[in-house]
Design a binder for this molecule. Structure first.
Ligand SMILES: [Zn+2]
Length: 229
């Protein structure tokens, strides 16, 4: 197994939909490279989180990392998924306003908000426009929900976003007690997420300004930033 940087040439996958998406995303010039890494690097795990979009150099530049053990079908879905995130950032300006990193109490919530709201849009967008399916992502969230919910390090609000996403993309979470719904901060975040982001989807993509407003209102609802800011 190689330990060095393993640059990946997406053309090798010879997948027209993925290539179209790649060309659209790279038009903005902020995707530096796609890199194959071994399982465990960059917090990646083949069973949990096989690819990631990371910002590089603390700037609006990005690198996609993926676990080099993925087979071709999963690789197309995994890279397509990360390119989808970047498309929403680049083309639709659906991204976290940097000022929020200063205003918010726990930064952890911001990435969770961006991920979950993107996913509500991405699954249909990738399938309808690029013929890229999300079976890999959906099977991962199905398999890992229980583990997330029993993770004592994770904020209740982040868990609530996960459950909200799960119910939108997969189906009812049966075991609502272990889902934490008896905890007030969980309940509040779940209800607010449903109110602010519940309509989001490929056919209901929020304009960038509304997206920012919805995020700020959500953060106020859950007490992450002060009312009146
Ligand atoms: Zn994602």
């Amino acid at each position: 197994m190689s330990c060095g940087v393993e640059l990946f040439n997406i053309e090798n996958l010879d997948e027209p939909g993925l290539m179209r998406l790649y060309l659209k995303v790279t038009r903005y010039g902020n995707l530096l490279r796609i890199e194959a890494v071994s399982n465990g690097a960059h917090d990646l795990s083949i069973d949990r989180n096989p690819a990631t979009l990371e910002s590089a150099n603390n700037a609006d530049q990005y690198v996609i990392y993926f676990v080099n053990e993925l087979d071709r079908g999963d690789l197309i879905m995994a890279i397509g998924h990360e390119l989808g995130h970047l498309l929403l950032i680049n083309k639709y300006y659906l991204k976290i306003d940097p000022i929020l990193y200063v205003l918010v109490r726990d930064e952890e919530i911001l990435q969770a908000i961006q991920n979950v709201t993107h996913h509500l849009i991405l699954v249909d967008l990738l399938r309808e426009e690029y013929g890229i399916h999300s079976d890999l992502y959906l099977s991962l969230i199905r398999r890992n929900l229980g583990e997330y919910l029993s993770d004592t390090e994770l904020m209740q609000e982040v868990k609530a976003l996960r459950v909200f996403e799960y119910e939108k993309l997969v189906g009812r979470v049966e075991d609502v007690v272990t889902a934490g719904t008896q905890v007030k901060s969980f309940q509040k975040a779940y209800e607010s997420a449903d109110t602010r982001f519940g309509k989001y989807g490929f056919k209901h993509m929020p304009p960038s300004n509304d997206y920012k407003e919805d995020i700020i209102t959500f953060l106020k609802d859950i007490g992450q930033i002060r009312q009146g800011m």
